[in-house]
Design a protein around this ligand. Structure first.
Ligand SMILES: Cc1cc2nc3c(=O)[nH]c(=O)nc-3n(C[C@H](O)[C@H](O)[C@H](O)COP(=O)(O)OP(=O)(O)OC[C@H]3O[C@@H](n4cnc5c(N)ncnc54)[C@H](O)[C@@H]3O)c2cc1C
Length: 417
């Protein structure tokens, strides 16, 4: 059913009895043209765009848990296109444009809010780096404004400008950046794919990938074998484990990233703010909780929970930047398993196995990528040619060393990106 203001009114007047489930709960068929492994944001978006853009609907998305239970429902919801390097620049620009039409596309309110992001800097060197990045963003056709201290103070007067150990020199302001409601994004894509005939199959773990004579022929699952002409692996933190089912060893490490939310407060933080001298960034959710996070826990793990030293570090950085949050009570913390690549940039590519496609390496930036990733991965699967916005996300760059996109300039250590 289509959602509209009129439908809400009509349902409200008739006791809300006419709403139907947002997607079906089908049993898996014996065979599909395309099987997508992983019902996170990227897997659901891929299925949606395969159906919408390429008219392919004999597709199953296989999810071992429930839709939206992975990182798509665990992130801090930031959406932006402020990357500096060729390859990433055009991809995230493409993704942000898709975000800007997404709610109409999906007929679903994903609460996309372009409230602006300010990346603070605290030294002349950092200012130079952000000026360079801002110029790259403008060259790409996106927006960027370099603010001085007073410019930042006008927008976010509650930061500590006076007593702090690392004075605020200014900030890079990206007005089209912002947030979206994370699980609504999963639900919106799920509903959109289901409406076009895609089977979304939950509680269906892929346990093996069938390959004959160098060609994929299907998958083994906890609900039986399913034949498929093409298979896409889109399982984020579990990428190495699933690729191992096809005897592939990926250049990916899985690490824990934590996030935190306080009790609901009246509106106080209008933008997204990132601290330049510690692991801390923050926004306020529509329910009023202050949502903030930091960096990885710095060791590889499959545990979807974090460790106390990083929690302490994040709190400390937050209090340094905006002492007022010391009064807020923390409500919850959680972790997600990040698929960290050696250069911090993702992979959207065919594999050496005919019909097997790979989408991973999103590190801690894959939420903003969901529409762009789904759109370009669908293009690759449907046409066997990379989409121009994702043309540099090749797997072989880690073997050849050519075409690496090390946005953080930290070298090839996964946990530093
Ligand atoms: C704390 C935190 C904060 C973050 N903040 C941001 C942010 O502010 N902005 C941003 O852009 N990004 C952010 N990210 C990153 C972003 O959430 C991820 O990069 C992105 O969600 C990963 O893609 P996904 O949604 O497809 O992953 P997931 O939702 O994890 O989807 C993968 C799915 O595959 C399924 N799966 C795994 N193995 C199998 C199998 N064998 N069979 C079937 N299914 C399987 C899993 O159950 C899972 O549902 C953050 C992540 C975390 C954890």
């Amino acid at each position: 059913m289509r959602y509209s203001g009129l439908a809400v009114l009509a349902q409200g007047l008739t006791g809300n009895k006419g709403w139907r489930p947002a997607w079906r709960d089908p049993a898996p068929k014996d065979a599909y043209d395309i099987v997508i492994i992983g019902g996170g944001g990227h897997g659901l978006a891929t299925a949606f765009y395969l159906a919408k853009e390429h008219g392919l609907t004999n597709i199953a998305v296989l999810e071992k848990g429930y839709l939206g239970g992975g990182n798509i429902g665990r992130n801090t919801t930031i959406v932006r296109a402020n990357y500096g390097l060729p390859g990433n620049s055009e991809f995230y620009s493409h993704s942000l444009k898709l975000w800007e039409g997404l709610e109409a596309d999906l007929n679903y309110n994903v609460m996309h809010s372009q409230r602006g992001i300010i990346n603070l800097f605290h030294s002349d060197g950092q200012r130079d780096a952000y000026a360079r990045r801002g110029n790259a963003m403008i060259n790409q056709g996106d927006d960027a404004i370099l603010l001085d201290t007073e410019g930042v103070r006008k927008i976010v007067p509650y930061l500590d400008f006076e007593q702090t150990r690392f004075p605020i020199f200014g900030g890079l302001y990206h007005k089209r950046g912002g947030t979206a409601r994370h699980d609504a994004v999963a639900w919106g894509f799920a509903r959109g794919a289901d409406r076009r005939g895609v089977d979304l199959i939950q509680n269906c773990e892929v346990t093996g990938i069938d390959i004959e004579n160098g060609k994929v022929t299907g998958v083994q699952t906890s609900r039986g074998a399913i034949r498929a002409k093409k298979v896409g692996i889109v399982v984020a933190g579990r990428s190495s484990q699933v690729a191992a089912m096809a005897s592939m060893r990926l250049p990916i490490e899985s690490h824990v990233l934590q996030a935190f939310v306080t009790e609901g407060l009246k509106p106080v933080i209008d933008n997204v703010i990132t601290y330049g001298m510690g692991h801390f960034y923050i926004s306020q959710s529509d329910k009023g909780g202050l949502v903030f996070g930091g960096d990885l826990d710095f060791y590889a793990s499959y545990a979807a929970r974090g460790n106390l030293p990083m929690a302490e570090h994040v709190m400390e950085a937050g209090l340094t930047l905006m002492p007022m949050i010391g009064k807020a009570k923390m409500l919850r913390s959680w972790g997600g398993i990040m698929d960290m690549s050696p250069d911090g940039s993702p992979i959207i590519d065919k594999t050496h196995i005919d019909g097997l496609y790979l989408n991973c390496g999103w590190c801690y930036g894959g939420f903003k990528a969901v529409p762009g990733s789904g759109h370009t991965f669908a293009h690759l699967i449907a046409t066997d040619r990379p989409h121009e916005a994702a043309a540099r996300y090749r797997l072989d760059r880690f073997a050849t060393g050519r075409g690496l996109m090390d946005e953080e300039a930290t070298g090839s250590q996964h946990n530093l990106h």
